[in-house]
Design a protein around this ligand. Sequence first.
Ligand SMILES: *[C@@H]1O[C@H](CO)[C@@H](O)[C@H](O)[C@H]1NC(C)=O
Ligand SMILES: *[C@@H]1O[C@H](CO)[C@@H](O)[C@H](O)[C@H]1NC(C)=O
Ligand SMILES: *[C@@H]1O[C@H](CO)[C@@H](O)[C@H](O)[C@H]1NC(C)=O
Ligand SMILES: *[C@@H]1O[C@H](CO)[C@@H](O)[C@H](O)[C@H]1NC(C)=O
Ligand SMILES: *[C@@H]1O[C@H](CO)[C@@H](O)[C@H](O)[C@H]1NC(C)=O
Ligand SMILES: *[C@@H]1O[C@H](CO)[C@@H](O)[C@H](O)[C@H]1NC(C)=O
Ligand SMILES: *[C@@H]1O[C@H](CO)[C@@H](O)[C@H](O)[C@H]1NC(C)=O
Ligand SMILES: *[C@@H]1O[C@H](CO)[C@@H](O)[C@H](O)[C@H]1NC(C)=O
Ligand SMILES: *[C@@H]1O[C@H](CO)[C@@H](O)[C@H](O)[C@H]1NC(C)=O
Length: 317
Amino acid sequence: MWGKLKARSSILSFLLMSVSLVAAAPRCYDTGNFTTNSTYAKNRDLMLASLPSNASASGGFFTNNVGLNSDQVYALAMCRGDHTPDACYRCVNSSTYELMANCPNQKEASAWTGDYCLVHYADHSFFGTLELEPTVRLYNTGNITSNLTEFGTVWTSLMDRVARNASNGSSGLKYATGEADFEVFVRIYALMQCTPDLSMWDCDSCLRLSAGSYERCCHGKGGGVVQKPNCYFRWDLYPFYVSNASTTASLSPPPPPASAPPQLVVSQTRKGEGSDEQKTSLWVPLGASLSAALGLALFSACGVFIWRRRNSQGVDH
Ligand SMILES: *[C@@H]1O[C@H](CO)[C@@H](O)[C@H](O)[C@H]1NC(C)=O
Ligand SMILES: *[C@@H]1O[C@H](CO)[C@@H](O)[C@H](O)[C@H]1NC(C)=O
Ligand SMILES: *[C@@H]1O[C@H](CO)[C@@H](O)[C@H](O)[C@H]1NC(C)=O
Ligand SMILES: *[C@@H]1O[C@H](CO)[C@@H](O)[C@H](O)[C@H]1NC(C)=O
Ligand SMILES: *[C@@H]1O[C@H](CO)[C@@H](O)[C@H](O)[C@H]1NC(C)=O
Ligand SMILES: *[C@@H]1O[C@H](CO)[C@@H](O)[C@H](O)[C@H]1NC(C)=O
Ligand SMILES: *[C@@H]1O[C@H](CO)[C@@H](O)[C@H](O)[C@H]1NC(C)=O
Ligand SMILES: *[C@@H]1O[C@H](CO)[C@@H](O)[C@H](O)[C@H]1NC(C)=O
Ligand SMILES: *[C@@H]1O[C@H](CO)[C@@H](O)[C@H](O)[C@H]1NC(C)=O
């Protein structure tokens, strides 16, 4: 009950965080360029144009390749496990436009659009191959004021269960969410997802590396995100995903006045920068590189989220 109350008071910070999540720019690989009007260029554009409908029609995960020999284009699109087909379509569509705008002639590129969908294309097959870099990291600058030892125990145990459940998914979906109560007022929410072309083993290690990376950097902070080319991890103190359970939410009274929303800080490392995240990270304050177009796309996703919460009736647990 109190967890839910707190949760609803956090929609503002949910929006702030969602908007800031779009700060992650697409990555254009430096593995080769194609020329305008080449066959590869046409194949890439055809491929990208087909992704939104195919991804949303295939449960949020789609891989395909078109073309022959050196003109072959491979692509992967994935939406977050709690997507609606419509939001998935919009997100993948935004993502493909973003890729075309930012990587006009790169043979390989990928982008996480907000925290909602992933698009990756290349001139070679990368399906089933675990890639750990580049990594995008964000954390909530709010501090947890409770006993961190006790918090850490609950947190770690939840992350362990969610990582196990996510990696134990199918070849169509490797996704799990989980919640754990810490003290009366605090509920921990976690979401993990891999591209389901990964093996269970690779998915598990991708997620555990992500959670471990967050913990080393930001233990004691009130939320975080780690995005890798093959997996996604986010945890927070409010329900930022649509929970697929009959207990989604009960309508709560208006939230108490919230304290100042937490400021978000973005950190990004690039491929080849080594594993010492603290040393090599580039820390970018919130809002430094917001993309208005993507903010809009994300906003529609948020709209769905709020709408669903407003309209869901259920029994609290
Ligand atoms: C590809 O083109 C970009 C500029 O668009 C350039 O910076 C990069 O060096 C080129 N890469 C290769 C491998 O030619
Ligand atoms: C690509 O094709 C378009 C239309 O056929 C033409 O206008 C344009 O000049 C071409 N660009 C290059 C770089 O060849
Ligand atoms: C992908 O979508 C296109 C149309 O957008 C369709 O023609 C094609 O059959 C789809 N491919 C698959 C594998 O579903
Ligand atoms: C796809 O995204 C582009 C750029 O954001 C937008 O102009 C276009 O209307 C979108 N298409 C659909 C069908 O939503
Ligand atoms: C969190 O704690 C750090 C140092 O422990 C401090 O610098 C920072 O201002 C705190 N953040 C908030 C939002 O209180
Ligand atoms: C935090 O909790 C642990 C385990 O319950 C306890 O040993 C420790 O003394 C507590 N620390 C503080 C600062 O209260
Ligand atoms: C994986 O999921 C199946 C059901 O989908 C379950 O029977 C099995 O115990 C799970 N394995 C692990 C390690 O959680
Ligand atoms: C993991 O999956 C099992 C079986 O499907 C479920 O009972 C358990 O609640 C799940 N754990 C989490 C953290 O979601
Ligand atoms: C929950 O999962 C079931 C089965 O996977 C699905 O049919 C249903 O649409 C999902 N509900 C939500 C709200 O995602």
